[in-house]
Write a protein that binds this ligand. Structure first.
Ligand code: HEM
Length: 117
């Protein structure tokens, strides 16, 4: 028989907000990056700023789609009991999804030019 789902509340999530005790909520699941913070390719500062919170939108905004596969190994088995998605977040996620579907985030091999006097 399947194990019953385990839940934490937002209040409890907030207490996991420091080096050595760092959880995040991302799109449905809670992740524990306590021992990985120093290895995060984006540095520890952005993690420290948002530790213990729902970082779904930040994760979508700042990571390439290839980063989603890293999440699995940090899932700590908990789901968030009382999550709420603001209207702004709903709009943002819809826009992101619509833009993705029409390929606006695909790399097209653009370069850039540097002009020197
Ligand atoms: C479980 C949590 C997280 C995981 C597993 C994770 C994983 C990663 C990975 C794999 C990369 C490298 C992406 C690449 O290939 O370019 C990355 C970069 C980055 N991450 Fe995270 N991340 C997490 C949370 C966060 C959060 C909460 C923030 C910000 C609030 C953040 C900000 C960044 C930034 C700024 C970069 C650098 C992006 C760039 O170089 O363009 N990350 N992260």
């Amino acid at each position: 028989m399947a194990e019953p789902k385990r839940y934490v509340t937002s209040e409890e999530l907030k207490t996991h907000n420091k080096p050595g005790n760092m959880w995040f909520y991302i799109q449905g699941k809670v992740y524990d990056v306590s021992r990985w913070m120093k290895t995060h390719p984006g540095g520890d500062l952005p993690l420290l700023n948002l530790a213990g919170q729902d970082v779904t939108d930040a994760y979508i905004a700042l990571h390439p789609s290839s980063a989603w596969k890293y999440l699995d190994k940090f899932f700590n088995g908990y789901y968030l009991k009382d999550y709420a998605v603001s209207n702004v977040s709903k709009d943002y996620r819809k826009l992101y999804s619509d833009f993705s579907k029409i390929g606006l985030f695909e790399k097209k091999g653009q370069g850039f030019l540097i002009f020197c006097d």
